[in-house]
Design a binder for this molecule. Structure first.
Ligand code: FAD
Ligand code: SIN
Length: 535
């Protein structure tokens, strides 16, 4: 059978804020192919609640946003990157508004209307612009509507990128990226996507943990693909745990936005006692690592399965206006948040590290970019400040689009790319290994590589992940690939990278807290891993 092969100027892997922003910032002279592995809107972007951090308020300033980001990042942010990102924030908001994004507004004292800005942990000003508590949905749908007007962009859903194709992976001299193989989930065939520029915009890897706020797409595929192709990765020990995800047997991954605390929500023990002021003078609005650790500490101390978040004192009218989505989701589950507190637990939320990129989103591999949550730009340091990630997606995707546009426009080199070889594999009747290993991996990451770590637990995790990876590779070599197998292979790869980064960090900093090295080192250093195939 003839293979299916596609050719474009730019191949974008991922249709979230990062991928769509990049596509929209390229001129229509570029032929663009965008892949997503599920439905186009299924990704973290759509579920983002709180908003986008931007310097818009009268009393706010770029220097204050920069300073707050640096403090949250615990000494590891790249100051130049922080200043660059913050400096673009007002422009990004203007661009979004121009495309039609409807952010919430409020009446000012002088009668004029202005954007309503909310507050979140670590921010010393109100600077989070939002669309009620469903900002991601408003942004994602608007970007997607705008993309539908672009004839130069082809979006293919249910196409799972499998691996990047580079000169090196083909055994040639050089290491330019030439495209990617992707599994079409409808035909179950692997297709070739040849492109002059390839962009990884495939989101984070929080699904490596048993409990996560993220949708199923967040399986670290892009990070694993980048690593296998020869990109350095960094700071993967810093996976952020969001302090407040809903604890309810019928709810999978539902986040209770930090802006609830920004608007006055308080954290309580099951007996109704407030506890955050004992841990940090910023109380409920301390950076996320501090709040998540305090909750974890109290849950372990008391042996309870959850703590409470109470916003009921703000009254029904206020709550329904500012948090309509959270109000109705909780009500569906029998919790009236205007009358009672919400049971919450921390859950894996955001991958601060990723593929090492420069200011233009360029990776170590020529013609290969990474933007959004799969990348490591240096913005977040050891702990991302709330609502800085959508901003990062849009700032770096715009920079990458500009960089691509500045390069000479030539077609991908005319190198023969071999078809996907299925001659040695058969259909699997052993899928139980995949589902079992999947559960085992995510449970061990939760138990051994969670909010509080020790050397012993990390080594234990490392040994188990090694075994799981061997089994996955064995399965991969024998059987036809499926979406589940690809995800497991990538999750296991990223879990291994996370543990390796964590073992290298002999201190407690930001999101990485270990009982074996409870203090901060004098020197702040990134953890950079270099793959064997690095050029
Ligand atoms: P995503 O939006 O996750 O998109 C990833 C895309 O890649 C998807 O289209 C997916 O299908 C595709 N993909 C993945 N693997 C493959 C593959 N192998 N082949 C093909 N396609 C693939 N940040 C903020 O700044 N403010 C907030 O208020 C906020 N709230 C959040 C609330 C929740 C519940 C969550 C989960 C996150 C929140 N975040 C927030 C974080 C923020 O939403 C994400 O960091 C950001 O949206 C990531 O965008 P992205 O484009 O990098 O990836
Ligand atoms: C939230 O609304 O709490 C999420 C904000 C973020 O992750 O930046």
């Amino acid at each position: 059978m003839k293979e299916t092969s596609h050719e474009s100027d730019v191949l974008i892997i991922g249709s979230g804020a990062a991928g769509m922003t990049l596509a929209l910032n390229l001129s229509q002279n570029f032929k663009v192919t965008m892949l997503c592995k599920d439905k186009p809107m299924e990704g973290s972007t759509y579920y983002a609640q709180g908003g986008v951090a931007a310097v818009l308020g009268k009393y706010d300033s770029e220097s204050s946003h920069v300073e707050d980001t640096l403090i949250a990042g615990a000494g590891l942010c790249k100051e130049e990157i922080v200043a660059f990102t913050v400096g673009q924030s007002a422009e990004v908001v203007k661009w979004l508004v121009g495309l039609g994004v409807r952010f919430d507004k409020k009446k000012s004292e002088d009668g004029s209307t202005d954007f309503h800005l909310t507050k979140e942990g670590g921010h010393s000003h109100r600077r989070v612009i939002h669309a009620a508590d469903a900002t991601g949905k408003e942004i994602a749908l608007t970007l997607s509507d705008n993309l539908k007007e672009r004839n130069n962009v082809t979006l293919l859903s249910r196409h799972v990128a499998v691996d990047l194709i580079t000169e090196d992976t083909l055994g040639l001299t050089g290491n330019k990226c030439l495209g990617a193989y992707a599994l079409n989930l409808e035909t179950k065939k692997v297709e070739i996507f040849r492109a002059h520029h390839v962009v990884i915009a495939s989101g984070g890897a929080s699904k490596v943990y048993q409990y996560t706020s993220n949708p199923d797409t967040a399986s670290g595929d892009g990070i694993a693909m980048g690593w296998r192709a020869g990109c350095r990765v960094g700071n993967l020990e810093f996976n952020q745990f969001h302090p407040t995800c809903l604890y309810h047997p019928d709810s999978k991954s539902f986040l209770i936005s930090e802006s609830l605390r920004g608007e006055g929500g308080i954290l309580l023990l099951p007996n109704g006692k407030r506890f955050m002021p004992e841990f940090d003078k910023r109380a409920e609005l301390a950076p996320r690592d501090v709040v998540a650790r305090a909750i974890d500490h109290e849950m372990k101390r008391l042996g309870c399965n959850f703590v409470l978040l109470d916003v009921s004192h703000k009254g029904e009218k206020f709550i329904k206006k500012h948090f309509p989505n959270i109000f109705s989701r909780c009500l569906d589950l029998g919790i009236d948040i205007s009358k009672e507190a919400i049971p919450i637990v921390p859950a894996a939320h955001y991958t601060c590290g990723g593929i090492v990129i420069d200011k233009n989103g360029l990776t170590d591999i020529p013609n290969l970019y990474a933007v959004g949550e799969s990348s490591f730009s240096g913005l977040h340091g050891a702990n991302r400040m709330a609502s800085n990630s959508l901003l990062e997606c849009m700032v770096f995707a715009t920079a990458a689009a500009n960089h691509i546009a500045s390069r000479p426009k030539s077609r991908a080199p005319n190198i023969r790319i071999p078809s996907w070889d299925e001659s040695q594999v058969v259909g699997s009747n052993e899928n139980v290994t995949i589902s079992h290993n999947w559960k085992e991996l995510r449970t061990l990451m939760w138990d051994y590589v969670g909010i509080v770590r020790t050397n012993k637990r990390l080594h234990r995790a490392r040994r188990r992940i090694k075994l799981l990876r061997q089994e996955v590779e064995d399965h991969y070599a024998r059987y036809q690939i499926t979406g589940d197998l690809l995800e497991l292979r990538n999750l296991a790869c990223v879990a291994d990278l996370m543990v390796r980064c964590a073992l290298r960090r002999r201190e407690s900093r930001g999101l990485h807290f270990t009982l074996d090295y409870p203090d901060l080192s004098e020197q702040a250093m990134d953890t950079i891993l270099t793959p064997p195939s690095f050029h």
